[in-house]
Design a protein around this ligand. Structure first.
Ligand code: CAA
Length: 295
């Protein structure tokens, strides 16, 4: 089947990025949100990102005219019915199983029968989400990375029920977005979070044990391993609430101590220090160019 029109559920950080890369690749995109203010915020983020790319067209390939053209392929809506003729639905709403299942069940009756459903979840079982629909063979995971317009990787996730031709269609679609897709199966965390989450949690445990300061552990991993960000900067960037949620799902799945949340992560989440998005996490982000350790 050919994918022409894409529906994106949720226009937050991930949803808006996904909508942007799909429109940039030439697909018509409709983004669904619950309230106009969330759509406005998501589209403002897209405008900012496209403007950044258009500042350096020789590097990005996006001229100001092309940015306008991309923007013209993007629509926002508050009505599920506006997604009825989409060929592919990519869900990027809040990481909550019940909310996601409710959304899929509602859309299953509205969106055309041969459309493919995909979830951008980073940790929830694709198999569980698929059971909310009558199209298990047309259901996959499609996991993007933050910031979506820059990060090259997409994990394409198959369940035991995914039809091979559906998987290949979505795999090819990810390539058309200019991303590099990898194949993985529905095991919690897929490839990246399976390896990344224990590393991030170990950095917190190392700090708790007095191995080094937050800034020194970050510096060590950046300069010693060539990582673009140290673990605490990355934790603040991903969101501590998101990471905390992922640890629960992964610990529940594997029952291994390496996936369990360290006490300090829980304390930060209880305090509402979620990282960059709330202005404070392991770092205070008042001056984003010079973040200072929060404690
Ligand atoms: N849109 C367009 N352009 C953008 C942009 C955006 N959203 N964000 C940054 N840019 C541009 C900047 O303007 C800059 O452009 P120039 O080089 O032309 O000046 C360029 O991109 C690089 O940005 P920065 O100089 O600000 O920073 P950087 O060189 O450190 O790169 C980064 C930023 C790509 C985010 C890099 O730090 C990085 O790769 N960090 C690690 C990110 C990561 O690991 N993400 C995965 C998180 S895990 C996850 O998402 C999965 C999960 O399930 C939790």
């Amino acid at each position: 089947m050919t994918i022409k029109k894409v529906g994106v559920l949720g226009c937050g950080l991930m949803g808006s990025g996904i909508a942007q890369v799909c429109a940039t690749a030439g697909f018509d995109v409709t983004a669904l949100e619950a309230e106009q203010k969330f759509l406005d915020k998501g589209f403002a983020g897209i405008d900012k990102s496209l403007a950044k790319f258009a500042e350096k067209p020789e590097k990005s390939g996006i001229t100001p005219e092309k940015a306008k053209e991309i923007r013209g392929r993007l629509k926002g809506t508050l009505k599920k019915e506006d997604l009825a003729d989409c060929d592919l639905i990519i869900e990027a709403i809040i990481e909550n199983v019940e909310d996601k299942k409710k959304m899929y069940a509602a859309l299953d009756g509205i969106v055309k029968k041969d459309a493919i459903f995909a979830s951008n979840t980073s940790s929830i079982s694709i198999t569980e989400l698929m059971t909310a629909t009558q199209r298990p063979e047309r259901f996959v995971g499609l996991h993007f990375f933050n910031p979506v317009p820059l990060m090259k990787l997409v994990e394409v996730v198959r369940t035991i029920a995914t039809a091979p031709e559906v998987f290949e269609t979505v795999f090819e679609f990810a390539g058309k977005l200019g991303k590099v897709p990898v194949r993985t199966s529905d095991k919690t965390g897929f490839i990246v979070n399976r390896l990344l989450v224990p590393y991030l949690l170990d950095a917190i445990r190392a700090y708790e044990e007095g191995v080094g300061s937050i800034a020194d552990i970050d510096q060590a991993m950046k300069l010693g391993c060539g990582y673009p960000m140290g673990p605490f900067t990355l934790l603040d960037f991903v969101g501590l609430d998101t990471t905390y949620y992922i640890t629960h799902v992964m610990f529940e799945e594997f029952k291994e101590a390496r996936f369990a949340s360290p006490p300090l992560l829980k304390r930060l989440v209880m305090a509402g220090w979620y990282g960059k998005k709330t202005g404070k996490g392991f770092y205070d982000w008042k001056d984003p160019a010079n973040p200072a350790a929060s404690f």
